[in-house]
Design a protein. Structure first.
Length: 407
C-alpha cells in the first residue's frame, strides 16, 4: 500500500460523515443532486486533496500565519481558503491586514503566555520559504506555540524558492510541526530532499474558494475579453507580450479585431515598485498604444482589490486569462476559462502546470516561445466563441474545461 492509501485508510477509521456534511454544505448539495454517492466518496476522491478535514476539529482556538496582508490577492485567497476549513481561525500577520480582529505577529511574539495547550497554529499556504529571516520568524512563532503545548501544522507550503543556505532552518521549522503538507509535487520533492521525509500533497488553499464561485459565463459582447495578469517581480521583459497583444488590437483592420484585453492587478506591493501590478499594468497600457478612437477600448486597466472573491467575479466575465502569476492560473481554473501561462519554465508556474494539466491550458516557456503559444491560445478562445455563436446565436463563450471537483 502506498503512502496515500495508508493515509486514506487512517482517515476512513476516523471519518465523521454527519460532521463532514454539516461543515461542507456543497458536498451535501452534490449528494442530493446525484453528483456524489456519499460524503466519503467526496473526501477520498476530492476532499483530501483539497485539504478538507475528515472529522471535527477539537481545537479551542485556531490561528493562521502566512504571507497574508501583503496586498497580494493570491495570498488573501490562501487565507480565505484556510477559513473554509477552519472558519474560526484568527489571522496572524506581519505587514498589514484586511481582516478585522487579526493579530500582529510581533504582538503575539512579545506577549507572555499567549498560546494555550488546546490551540492550533497553522503556518502555511503559499511560498513562505523565500528567505532565511522569514523562516526564522516562523520558527520563533512555532516554538512559542509548542512551548505552551499547542499543536503546529505546516500546511499547503510552496517550497520552490527555498535556498540551500538556510536548509538547516527549514529542517528546524518542519521538526516543530506535527503535520506537514505541500501544494505541488515539485514542492514535495524539494522538501523531501531537504528533510529526508515525504510530506503529504494537498491543493493550494485558494482552490477551496471554488464553492463560492459559479463557473464563468464569458463576455457577452462582439469581441472576446482576455484578462492579463502580470508579475512585476518576473526578471523578464514584457516586450514580446506587448507585440503579441498589438498583433490583434492595432495591426489588424478594425473590422477584423475580435479581442479586447483587460489588465487585472493581483498585487499592489509595498516593498518594491517592480512588484506593483498597477505600475506594470499602466506600463503595458502605454506600450500597447491606446492612443486613437479605434484602439482606446482594446486594452484597459482594472483597479486593484485585495478581495479574492471580488477578483474571481471579474474572472467569470472573461473568455480567457494570460497570467504570469501562480494564482492567476488557479483563478482561471476555478472559473473554468482557458489560460496561457507566461514563463511556464519558472519553478513555481511549472510545478502548477505539471500537476494540473487540463484542456485549454497553454504555457509559454519563455519569451522565445510566447508568440507561438499566444497565437494558439487566442485561436482556441475564438474557436470556442464561434462554435457557441453558431449553435445558439449568442455571444457568451462555453466552458469546455472539466472542473477539478465534481461539485
Amino acid at each position: 500500500m502506498d503512502r496515500r492509501g495508508w493515509s486514506l485508510m487512517q482517515d476512513r477509521v476516523n471519518f465523521d460523515e454527519a460532521w463532514y456534511l454539516q461543515a461542507y454544505p456543497d458536498v451535501k448539495v452534490a449528494i442530493e443532486t446525484g453528483k456524489l454517492r456519499s460524503a466519503w466518496d467526496h473526501y477520498s476522491q476530492h476532499g483530501k486533496a483539497e485539504g478538507r478535514s475528515p472529522q471535527r476539529m477539537t481545537f479551542d482556538r485556531v490561528f493562521a500565519h502566512g504571507a497574508y496582508g501583503t496586498n497580494n490577492v493570491g495570498d488573501e485567497a490562501i487565507y480565505e481558503g484556510i477559513k473554509v476549513h477552519y472558519p474560526q481561525c484568527i489571522q496572524i500577520f506581519i505587514n498589514k491586514t484586511h481582516v478585522q480582529g487579526a493579530l500582529w505577529y510581533w504582538d503575539v511574539i512579545r506577549q507572555d503566555e499567549f498560546f494555550r495547550g488546546d490551540d492550533l497554529l497553522i503556518i502555511g499556504g503559499g511560498g513562505l520559504l523565500y528567505a532565511r529571516q522569514a523562516v526564522i520568524d516562523m520558527i520563533n512563532l512555532a516554538r512559542k506555540a509548542r512551548a505552551a503545548g499547542a499543536t503546529v501544522h505546516l500546511l499547503g507550503l510552496g517550497c520552490e524558492a527555498a535556498q540551500p543556505e538556510y536548509y538547516a532552518e527549514i529542517r528546524t521549522l518542519v521538526s516543530l510541526a506535527s503535520k506537514v503538507t505541500v501544494r505541488t509535487s515539485l514542492s514535495r520533492a524539494i522538501l523531501r530532499d531537504i528533510c529526508g521525509s515525504e510530506p503529504e500533497q494537498q491543493e493550494d488553499f485558494a482552490f477551496s474558494l471554488r464553492q463560492y464561485v459559479a463557473p464563468g459565463a464569458g463576455s457577452v459582447g462582439r469581441r472576446a475579453r482576455i484578462g492579463v495578469v502580470t508579475g512585476g517581480d518576473m526578471r523578464v521583459s514584457y516586450a514580446e507580450l506587448v507585440a503579441a497583444i498589438r498583433s490583434v488590437t492595432e495591426q489588424l483592420p478594425v473590422e477584423r479585431r475580435e479581442v479586447n484585453f483587460v489588465h487585472i492587478p493581483h498585487s499592489m506591493a509595498y516593498v518594491s515598485p517592480a512588484n506593483n501590478d498597477l505600475t506594470v499594468g499602466h506600463g503595458l497600457w502605454s506600450s500597447v498604444g491606446m492612443a486613437t478612437p479605434h484602439t482606446d477600448d482594446y486594452f484597459t486597466v482594472d483597479s486593484f482589490t485585495p478581495n479574492p472573491l471580488e477578483r474571481l467575479r471579474r474572472y467569470r466575465d472573461l473568455d480567457g486569462v494570460i497570467s504570469a502569476r501562480f494564482h492567476g492560473l488557479i483563478f482561471a481554473e476555478i472559473v473554468g476559462v482557458p489560460a496561457l501561462a507566461l514563463w511556464g519554465a519558472t519553478a513555481k508556474n511549472r510545478s502548477l502546470l505539471e500537476d494540473r494539466q487540463r484542456p485549454g491550458l497553454f504555457a509559454a516557456r519563455d519569451d522565445s516561445d510566447l508568440r507561438a503559444q499566444f497565437d494558439r491560445f487566442i485561436a482556441y478562445v475564438l474557436g470556442n466563441r464561434r462554435r457557441y455563436r453558431e449553435s445558439t446565436g449568442g455571444f457568451a463563450a462555453p466552458r469546455d474545461m472539466a472542473r477539478v471537483s465534481c461539485i
